[in-house]
Design a binder for this molecule. Structure first.
Ligand code: TPP
Ligand code: MG
Length: 394
């Protein structure tokens, strides 16, 4: 892992964030800064942005090194300029919006469009490539994170929660989502609590709480906390990368355990002609008849009753049988079926015996005892056995 490159990328993202908030011209500061280069009205949240970019850069490293499938959800979506900066830096933004190119003109456009009428909103929003939900109201990042992970077994959802956002009712309730996540079938959610101490200019409860209180809160909700604190970027890069690797390894271990087959339920399917031990045969040896279980004696009848060569007895039996199709129940016409259903239906407002649960259970068609391996880790396997039919033991 190249920490210097990680740091350089992070600083470039921070520069692009500051540029969006402050600059309307001179994007690379090639000239000395003048008042007319600065936007007349400053918008955008700087306070949350370096933290969001820091996590973004480290998740990119995880994606590259572990080939992880990751989605990044940002509770402090008011850090829009940080996310835009990263999406621009990695090239996606220019792919989607070619006029915002990766050169000085494109950079000027990126800066000027931010939080400007006719430009892009200051929050992560619909025009942000990769965005799945418009930001604005704090509190929903964990709910979205669990929603993204359910039934998405390969996905890791990294969800940043602001310490101010953590004080909202919806966020406080969504910690419990972990109890509904099935590691065998669903993806993983990695909550990242961003304890920067403030919600805009006001202090936050968790930001001011001792470490053990924060850790115990997370434990109480069902998580194993990893706490990181520091302000030296190079030290924090190394520690964050190591901790992220640990979390990822833990998640994979939990998933592997949950997805391991728990024992094989045997199932056997034999594939061989049903008549193999029957009496059908000829002087040259036994031969398949395609008639399944119908026993035949050698020379008793030809393949079909009507065929020339069928014995008189066989032809007699055939004549006794009802004509083809005579035993099939006539299907009622569509309108007749509708009428019959309507007659069975109870009058309005009354429940049917089935709805009341008092209806006698209809016998279910029996299922073959054939269990298939499924992605959900049932561990069941079906074995199909191809046994040769024995034709030789006459
Ligand atoms: C429900 C709701 N209440 C208030 C706001 C206004 N608001 C926007 S950002 C912010 C502070 C958020 O603090 P925090 O979650 O700690 O994020 P930080 O910027 O500190 O990273 C507030 C209160 C909002 N967007 N949504
Ligand atoms: Mg905060």
């Amino acid at each position: 892992m190249d920490i210097k490159s990680l740091d350089a990328y992070w600083r470039a993202a921070n520069y692009l964030t500051v540029g969006q908030i402050y600059l309307q011209d001179n994007p690379l500061l090639r000239e000395p800064l003048k008042p007319e280069h600065i936007k007349p009205r400053l918008l955008g949240h700087w306070g949350t942005s370096p933290g969001l970019s820091f996590i973004y850069v480290h998740l990119n490293r995880l994606v590259r090194e572990a080939d992880a499938d990751v989605i990044y959800l940002v509770g402090p979506g008011h850090g829009g300029p940080a996310i835009l900066a990263n999406v621009y830096l990695e090239g996606t933004y220019s792919e989607v919006y070619p006029s915002v190119s990766q050169d000085i003109d494109g950079m000027r456009r990126l800066f000027r469009q931010f939080s400007t009428p006719g430009g892009v909103p200051s929050h992560v929003s619909v025009p942000t490539p990769g965005s799945i939900h418009e930001g604005g109201e704090l509190g929903y990042v964990l709910a979205h994170a669990f929603g993204a992970a359910f039934d998405n077994p390969d996905l890791l959802v990294a969800a940043v929660i602001g310490d101010g956002e953590a004080e909202t009712g919806p966020l406080e309730g969504s910690w419990k989502g972990i109890h509904f996540l099935n590691p065998a079938r669903d993806g993983a959610v990695l909550p990242i609590l961003h304890l920067n101490g403030y919600k805009i200019a006001g202090p936050t409860v968790l930001g001011r709480s001792p470490d053990d209180e924060v850790a115990n809160l997370l434990r109480g909700h069902g998580y194993e906390p990893h706490l990181l604190e520091g302000d030296d970027p190079m030290v924090m890069h190394a520690r964050f990368a190591a901790t992220l690797d640990t979390c990822y390894a833990q998640i994979r271990a939990i998933q592997k355990r949950a997805r391991r087959p728990t024992g094989l339920a045997p199932a056997l399917a034999g594939d061989r002609p049903a008549h193999a031990e029957g009496m059908d045969g000829s002087e040259g040896g036994r031969r398949p008849t395609r008639r399944g279980h119908i026993p035949r004696a050698p020379g008793a009848a030809a393949e079909r009753q009507g065929e020339p060569g069928a014995s008189a007895t066989a032809r007699g039996v055939d004549e006794e049988l009802p004509p083809r199709g005579a035993l099939r129940r006539r299907r009622p016409s569509r309108s007749g079926a509708r009428r019959a259903r309507a007659e069975r239906r109870p009058p309005d407002g009354r429940q049917s015996p089935r709805q009341r649960g008092t209806a006698p259970r209809e016998p279910r068609p029996s299922r073959p005892h054939l269990l298939r391996d499924s992605r959900r880790g049932s561990g069941n396997e079906a074995t199909r056995v191809h046994a040769p039919a024995r034709h030789d033991d006459a």
